[in-house]
Write a protein that binds this ligand. Structure first.
Ligand code: G6P
Length: 360
């Protein structure tokens, strides 16, 4: 059954491995409704002027990517709200509130939607459980269709939320005349590359990550850096590493390094860089190396973990897609899992954490 992992050492490894097919299944179902706006119209939602994303943990990271799709491709302003801090948030009229939660039962999220005044706004839930409390409270529900996820630390649900959310976002932008259907079709073609990019990233990660972890596992702290669309994946990588290995990890937009975190770098400090071809990263990497830091690049061919997909199918046409280097999450997950295993942790059930946190 789906709930066994006979061919895998643990559920986390099974669920990491499922990501290419999860993405492919979602895209098969949803992409036909992007360029004609039908996916969005079926939700029967009122017009909106801005987006507010509400969520926790990994779901909030996924929500940031979805919010960026609205902003970058449709110039719709978005904000991302940490659910437990939502009480001070003012939601303006004609805001589309996107509450995103794998379980749909996270107390912080449910409380947040109670607290914000939704008077002239609408609430959409993106959840892996369309029968959840969150789904029942929302005006419309988007099922993220990842299938059951057993590992406490989210993996395939993150990819599923992003792929699903971006399809709906692009369809919404067509339905509201912010993106024309030709541009939408062009973006949908780029989305269609995601399953192969994830599969290629997985193969590369399983080969290149374990020897790096074997070399670095004695480190007690890790930095994750990115720029632009890479920052959110740096955040997800640091979160995964903390959850699974119980080591300290921080993420920063690489440009912030010089404003503080560079003081943490000493000989041997691992610094993992999401290298999505921003030329300014070279200077940041040089700053780390000058202090003896161990830079690990997740990038294209020639990097330490050559998991980013240029070289497959056709070029990514400038890489301006809002979802950025989604395939970088695979080596980040594999890295966190491998480090946890080396340190003797239970990767499916990290200490102190729960799959669904129903208390606030
Ligand atoms: C818990 C889990 C995290 C998850 C977060 C949000 O803290 O340990 O992995 O990201 O809840 O869960 P949700 O079900 O709302 O996506």
């Amino acid at each position: 059954t789906e709930l066994a992992h006979t061919d895998h050492a643990d559920f986390m490894s099974k669920e990491i491995g499922e990501q290419p097919e999860v993405a492919a299944r979602i895209l098969d179902e949803l992409t036909p409704g992007i360029a004609d706006g039908s996916l969005w119209r079926a939700l029967e939602l009122p017009p909106f002027d801005r987006i507010a994303i509400v969520g926790c943990g990994t779901s909030l990271n996924a929500g940031r990517v979805i919010g960026t799709a609205f902003s970058r491709h449709g110039h719709v302003p978005h904000s991302a709200i940490v659910a437990s801090e939502a009480s001070s948030t003012i939601v303006e009229p004609r805001t589309l509130v996107l509450a995103i939660s794998q379980s749909g039962e996270t107390a912080d999220v449910l409380r947040a939607i109670d607290q914000v005044d939704l008077g002239l706004s609408s609430l959409v839930a993106i959840t892996n459980n369309p029968h959840s409390t969150l789904a029942r409270r929302a005006d419309s529900v988007i099922d993220s269709h990842a299938g059951p996820e057993v590992g406490v630390a989210a993996t395939k649900t993150f990819v599923a939320q992003i792929v699903t959310g971006v399809c709906f976002a692009l369809s919404a932008l067509v339905a509201t005349d912010r993106v024309d259907r030709y541009h939408a079709r062009w973006l949908a073609d780029d989305l269609a590359l995601i399953p192969d990019l994830l599969a290629q990233s997985l193969a590369v990660s399983l080969e290149s990550v374990p020897p790096l972890v074997a070399r670095l596992h004695a480190a007690t702290g890790y930095l994750f850096l990115g720029r632009g669309a890479g920052v959110v994946y740096a955040a997800e990588g640091a979160l995964k590493l903390k959850e699974l290995s119980y080591r300290w990890a921080e993420h920063y937009p690489a440009g912030e390094l010089k404003h503080g975190p560079l003081a943490l770098v000493e000989p041997g400090t691992p610094v993992i860089v999401i290298d999505n071809d921003d030329p300014r990263l070279e200077g940041n990497i040089a700053e780390v190396r000058a202090r003896g830091g161990e830079v690990l690049r997740i990038g294209s061919i020639g990097s330490d973990i050559p998991a980013l997909g240029r070289g497959i199918a056709e070029p990514r046409r400038g890489g301006i897609e809002a979802w950025g280097p989604l395939e970088s999450v695979v080596p980040l997950q594999v890295f966190a899992r491998q480090l946890a295993l080396e340190l003797g942790r239970d990767v499916d059930k990290p200490r102190n954490l729960a799959k669904s946190v129903t208390v606030d």
